[in-house]
Design a protein around this ligand. Structure first.
Ligand SMILES: Nc1ncnc2c1ncn2[C@@H]1O[C@H](COP(=O)(O)OP(=O)(O)O)[C@@H](O)[C@H]1O
Ligand SMILES: Cc1cn([C@H]2C[C@H](O)[C@@H](COP(=O)(O)O)O2)c(=O)[nH]c1=O
Length: 238
């Protein structure tokens, strides 16, 4: 049965009117298109006349500091902040009140993600769209991204393409030996992989990482020679 959701609700405490916010979460490994999906959604909200703002973590120094950028170079201006709590004071109360939609990229880096989403959606009537990694390179829960799922109306898990076989990739493999959870990087440090290749590479360690690297090198050649790709996919991989 179709349901009608009013955009203005009565506050159950004092009967005053309060706007109804929403939380939407986009998760997946690196290169899955999380930032692309977030930008598409923010642009579409903006085109529909809603006032939008984008926030990313200032820890992410990979691209321009004042814009969110996808791995294939699509950009959108943003606030690069160390935490979300400072957003309202940076923007100013008046501008914050006029905002309808807030996009948050690299959400795994914000420790105050849960409290921010709760306040922005429940009390301030904002639509908050959160994009981030659900898991780190060891497939452990990353930051507070999974904590906001109980607050969300929708959760979208995206997949990338396994760099080693082309199947759907749900995990991010770190190609270097660094052990700290937070390590900013792109394709130089990480690659998306399927379960089979995540497990094989991690179980067999460095030796297989070297083998994976050589497959990766041959993938670069494939891009210029598509017939080689056919042969490689047909033969299977490590
Ligand atoms: N292995 C891969 N699988 C899927 N997309 C990839 C891969 N490697 C590079 N890309 C590129 O990354 C883009 C997605 O970038 P982006 O939206 O920034 O992803 P995310 O925010 O999830 O890391 C794709 O459109 C594609 O051009
Ligand atoms: C897996 C993993 C990733 N990171 C970092 C690497 C990048 O700077 C971002 C993810 O960016 P994307 O937009 O999702 O491509 O997170 C990390 O610090 N630790 C990890 O385990």
């Amino acid at each position: 049965m179709a349901s009608f959701k009013p955009s203005i609700m009565l506050n159950p405490i004092d009967g005053s009117h309060c706007a109804s916010g929403e939380v939407h979460v986009i998760i997946g490994p690196m290169f899955a298109g999380k930032t692309t999906a977030l930008l598409r959604r923010i642009r579409s909200e903006g085109n529909n006349g809603r006032s939008v703002a984008m926030i990313k973590s200032s820890k992410d120094t990979r691209y321009a500091i004042d814009s969110v950028e996808t791995h294939d170079g699509i950009k959108f201006p943003c606030w690069a902040l160390p935490d979300l709590t400072s957003f309202r004071s940076k923007l100013g109360d008046d501008a914050y009140e006029k905002l309808d939609v807030i996009g948050i990229d690299e959400a795994q880096f914000f420790e105050d993600l849960y409290d921010f989403c709760c306040k922005a959606a429940d009390h301030d009537g904002k639509t908050v769209i959160v994009a981030g990694l659900d898991g780190d390179y060891l497939r452990r829960s990353f930051g507070s991204v999974l904590d906001v799922i109980p607050l969300a109306e929708t959760v979208t898990k995206l997949s990338a393409r396994c760099e080693l076989c082309g199947k759907r990739a749900f995990f991010t493999l770190r190609k270097t030996g660094e052990k700290q959870t937070e390590l900013i990087g792109g394709a130089d440090v990480y690659m998306p992989v399927c379960r089979q290749h995540y497990v094989n590479v991690n179980v067999n360690g460095q030796v297989v990482i070297e083998a994976a690297r050589s497959v990766l090198e041959s993938h670069k050649i494939q891009r210029t020679n598509p017939s080689l790709r056919q042969i490689q996919l047909f033969n299977g991989c490590i």
